[in-house]
Design a protein around this ligand. Structure first.
Ligand code: UD1
Length: 341
């Protein structure tokens, strides 16, 4: 059974490709490599023991997508291909709206035309903004986005729910998975996160700081109203997140109802502070991470972590790996990628 994975060479996409393959699906990758590296395809090949089908294409083109659908007999789509840098999105709003929403619209039109019924959409806990109560459930109100990137996630969810609602006779089943903070890498260290330039996200910066590639990690603020003053997030191992996509896809496949639109949190249910994460990294990997305390970063929420009970009930999925697993795998991947040639 073929599943199209847009952005399948990216961080979450590549791990999902591996998880799909291990679950008996045949992932078909479409990726334009604008923010990913062909080396990841080699890593996937080494893990699964065969070269996956890869289309080096941008999924903004209806003709391209249609020809792939016609050729491959696709059963459904997992749509990762999007820009995701919060800061950059404020500098380049049109690029973000065009790329993230334009390609979603093209993909949906193409799926409807070609009769492809199952779709998983990459959404984010960013839609909750600064929540009034923790943990956040799927009923927690969606707050006005504080970045263009966040807004593309919210509008993307609206496009999907409006489309499903509008279809009277046609079947379309969609799950928006709201990810919390993905960390780690495949335990083989053959695939992982490959940020371009200076990493924006915490764990890639931490591994590069530990490897001596960067200077000290700056902790953005230690005066937040949390026990140690640093922000709290729900860090989920990327392989757990990848497996949540497989569970979501199975759910869609096994439900005959013509129209489904639902949202599901994908997190661990535990909140961890920046300082706790850093100390866990040092403990599990046995090396220091140089760091300093800096000012708060604009747009950061104080604390957010998931109530992940809906995923467990509905998708029979829960996170199985620990934060220590994630930090060990992230460090092994860092060591593997920064090895001299
Ligand atoms: C952000 C987005 C999220 C998006 C994710 C992936 C928001 C509110 N969140 O998550 O939607 O899916 O990126 O790109 O827009 N930190 C440091 N020093 C650093 C880097 C980070 O202290 O050098 C801290 C941050 O202040 C934050 C935590 O680490 O408290 C996690 O930051 P990060 O990894 O960037 O993820 P989010 O901002 O939570």
């Amino acid at each position: 059974m073929k599943v199209l994975v847009t952005g399948g060479a990216g961080f979450i996409g590549s791990h999902t490709v591996v998880a799909l393959y291990e679950a008996g699906f045949e992932p078909i990758i479409v990726d334009d490599f604008s923010n990913s590296d062909p080396q990841i395809i080699e890593g996937i090949t080494a893990i699964i023991g065969k070269k996956p089908t890869v289309y080096q294409e941008n999924c903004h083109s209806m003709d391209v997508l249609k020809s792939i659908f016609e050729k491959e007999q696709i059963e459904g789509v997992i749509h990762f291909a999007a820009f995701k840098a919060v800061g950059e999105s404020m500098q380049k709003p049109l690029e973000y709206y065009d790329n993230n929403l334009g390609s979603l619209i093209v993909l949906l039109k193409c799926m409807l035309e070609c009769g492809v019924k199952n779709l998983i959409f990459s959404s984010s806990c960013t839609v909750y903004g600064e929540p009034d109560a923790l943990p956040v459930t799927e009923q927690t109100p969606v707050k006005p986005a504080n970045s263009v990137y966040g807004n593309t996630q919210q509008i993307g969810e609206e496009i999907l729910s409006d489309t499903v609602r509008s279809l009277e006779h046609q079947s379309l089943k969609v799950l928006s998975l709201r990810y919390f903070n993905p960390v780690g890498a495949h335990p083989s260290a053959l695939i992982g996160e490959l940020p371009r330039g200076v990493p924006n996200n915490l764990v890639p910066f931490m591994t590069q700081a530990a490897a001596g590639i960067r200077g000290a990690l700056t902790i953005f603020g230690d005066d937040y109203p949390t026990p140690d003053g640093t922000c709290i997030r729900d860090y989920i191992h990327v392989m757990d997140l990848a497996e949540a996509h497989v569970a979501g896809f199975r759910y869609l496949m096994s439900h005959e109802s013509p129209a489904i639109y639902d949202v599901v949190n994908v997190g661990t249910g535990s909140g961890v502070s920046v300082l706790e994460l850093l100390q866990s990294f040092e403990r599990i990997n046995g090396l220091p991470v140089p760091y300093k305390i800096g000012p708060r970063r604009e747009g950061d929420v104080v604390a957010v972590y998931a109530d992940a009970s809906k995923a467990e009930k509905m998708l029979c999925w829960k996170a199985l790996r620990s934060i220590e697993d994630g930090l060990r795998d992230a460090w092994n991947w860092q060591k593997n990628t920064s090895k001299p040639e």
